[in-house]
Design a protein. Structure first.
Lengths: 185, 185
DNA sequence: TCACTTCTTGAACGGTCTTCAAGAAACCTA
DNA sequence: TAGGTTTCTTGAAGACCGTTCAAGAAGTGA
């Protein structure tokens, strides 16, 4: 059933496999989504996947890049909203991917490629958050620790889901505590 | 090679398997530690493990309970220290288990037993932290969100290791921000 | 037509967790 | 003491996993 080898089709086929993998990774989780299952959903055999991707981790990274690019594109449209709203938006957007957050943390020690992606992601996230905190007047020396707190809370909200009110409460308090100058009682 | 079936030996054998599993889970990670490897380290065959434990997740939970009990026993000895020190102590203690934190999050969706353990653990942690924040004069309405922030930051420190100074800085700022009453600049 | 590259596939390998049926060792009862 | 029962252990196999290999088909260029 092979069709041709035009460069255009190469990308199309890759995209089909990627789309199937993304759906299964998100819906069933990385571990539960077997290569056979992904192949069947993409209308190919298992071996074909290995023609386009080195291994399952490589497939994971391609899916992550896809999702990150999509999220960043949408983020640009709300970049001027207050920090509160943007953080809540990020959590809402990434919430359906909460399983992948754990997957990245689990695969990173075993897969250098996943580890590299994870490092790059945190550098990006830290830059964005630090920028905000700096504008809010945070002390420069405290920035690394404060951005870490921001990142950890967002990751926590992703991996430990709670209702809309709960999310809003956590983020509001976080932003309030981080962007106001405290005085001892 | 079977010895006897005295009730005492039952517990001893169980402990031997548990000790081997704990060491391999911590050193090699849950996924990398195969049942065959655990069995060999415990001096039994794979099937014997299944006589004492329902499945691999059940083995994981038994290991987690073991570690938690041990940690709580040690925690009692420093319960009167300032919040800063206790949080840093907790991170240091649990740091070597950082792989298991991810493992619990990964297995929880697939295994009801692991999910239940995870829920129970967070209830315990929330109780401890909320108690501290209440004593520090935090508003009662803000407690749920603030305890969540505390938990998320500790989990973040466990899954994203950094040096001693980094840990100390994050915890100091966290405690400072959470336990002082802020005023707008 | 013929070699060459691109792409696809069936089959197999070594590994995982788990289960099944069989049997050995200790205990209990008759 | 003999026989049955329970507790524990095991070898073998099942079902699945990710991955690799060798073979072959489809399209391209000479």
């Amino acid at each position: 059933m092979p069709r041709n080898r035009r460069p255009q089709d190469r990308e199309e086929k890759r995209e089909e496999i990627l789309a199937a993998a993304q759906r299964l990774f998100i819906d069933n989780g990385y571990e539960s989504a077997s290569m056979g299952q992904i192949a069947k959903n993409a209308g190919v055999t298992v071996n074909t996947i290995y023609w386009y991707f080195r291994d399952k981790d490589d497939l994971l990274i391609a899916v992550l890049d896809r999702l990150l690019a999509e999220a960043l594109a949408q983020y640009a449209t709300i970049a001027d909203r207050p920090l509160n709203d943007r953080l809540l938006w990020a959590v809402d957007q990434l919430e359906r991917l909460h399983g992948l957050v754990n997957t990245v943390h689990t695969r990173a020690p075993a897969s250098p490629a996943v580890h590299a992606w994870h490092t790059g992601f945190h550098e990006l996230a830290d830059t964005l958050i630090a920028d905000d905190l700096r504008k809010a007047g945070a002390a420069e020396a405290d920035l690394p620790a404060m951005t870490a707190i921001g990142t950890f809370v967002i990751e926590g909200l992703l991996t430990h889901r709670r209702g809309d009110a709960g999310k809003r409460a956590v983020i509001d308090i976080l932003v309030h505590k981080l962007t106001t100058v405290p005085t001892r009682t």
